[in-house]
Design a protein around this ligand. Structure first.
Ligand SMILES: [Zn+2]
Length: 278
């Protein structure tokens, strides 16, 4: 008898817990529906696209002028897992264009301040931080955990190192570079022209176009446009719509509002044409 009463109590408690769980799960689901309602209405995204975005993982390498808008828009879109990599700390002179960092973040590792901003924007995003500069010895293992990378660094060494690693690991990657009022974006997917195909080792483009952000000035919005377009490329790749900047280089100039693309070809002898980079 005692057993029966206790058992009945247990069942009541179980039911109450289950009901509360369902109610809270329903609450979470409703919130999620609300958050992405306008995005799901986009024909190219829909329910399926939103699910893909939620399951996706994107690595943003570099949390400066490009990585800031890229990471923010990817987080806002509901990317499941966001990797944030940067070995630098925030400086006052960064704040004019690196909008993921805040006044008061000076001296803080960029991964930490970026993680804070992303978490406050969208707490549902899982964040992994890499508070160091990715190097050849470790980058492959990191890339293996992601569907696509966003190359948002500002040195040729880092850009080429990441490009080679993406070719080796067959990881798609959206590259961008900005200088002053000009920017460039291209997307690598296995089989297409890689960053090395577009830019020579010395930083000059094979097409004679400045290919590397110089230590000179950068208008914040130039980086904002490029980083935002990088996020757009990543979302297009993940959801499978539109035409990627594959074998194409987008060049823009915000002073003239001139946007154009040029064709890229795989350079003969480039390691992306072989099975991989040695
Ligand atoms: Zn190549």
């Amino acid at each position: 008898m005692l057993y029966c009463i206790e058992r009945e109590k247990d069942i009541r408690v179980e039911k109450a817990v289950r009901f509360r769980g369902e109610r809270s799960r329903r609450g979470i689901a409703t919130k999620e529906m609300d958050r992405y309602s306008r995005q799901r209405l986009v024909r190219e995204i829909g329910e399926e696209g939103q699910n893909r975005i939620r399951r996706a993982s994107v690595l943003v390498v570099g949390l400066g002028g490009l990585g800031s808008p890229a990471a923010l828009y990817l987080a806002a879109a509901g990317i499941g897992t966001l990797g944030l990599a940067d070995g630098d700390r925030v400086e006052t002179s960064n704040l004019q264009r690196q909008v993921i960092h805040r006044t008061g973040d000076e001296g803080v590792p960029k991964t930490e301040s970026a993680k804070r901003t992303v978490a406050s924007l969208n707490p549902d995003v899982r964040i992994r931080t890499y508070p160091h500069f990715l190097e050849r010895g470790t980058v492959d293992a990191v890339l293996a955990r992601y569907d696509i990378a966003v190359s948002a660094t500002d040195t040729l060494h880092s850009k080429l190192m990441l490009s080679d690693a993406c070719v080796r690991t067959k990881t798609p990657c959206v590259h961008a570079g900005v200088s002053g009022v000009e920017g460039q974006i291209m997307t690598y997917v296995p089989g297409s022209a890689c960053y090395r195909c577009a830019f020579d080792f010395d930083g000059r483009s094979s097409a004679g176009i400045p290919g590397e952000a110089t230590p000179g000035g950068t208008l914040g919005v130039t980086a904002g446009v490029a980083g935002t377009l990088q996020a757009a490329e990543a979302l297009k790749f993940l959801c499978g719509f539109g035409s990627l900047l594959r074998n194409r280089l987008l060049l823009f100039d915000v002073s003239e509002m001139d946007f154009r693309t040029m064709k890229l070809q795989r350079r003969s002898g480039c390691s992306c044409g072989a099975s991989g980079v040695s």
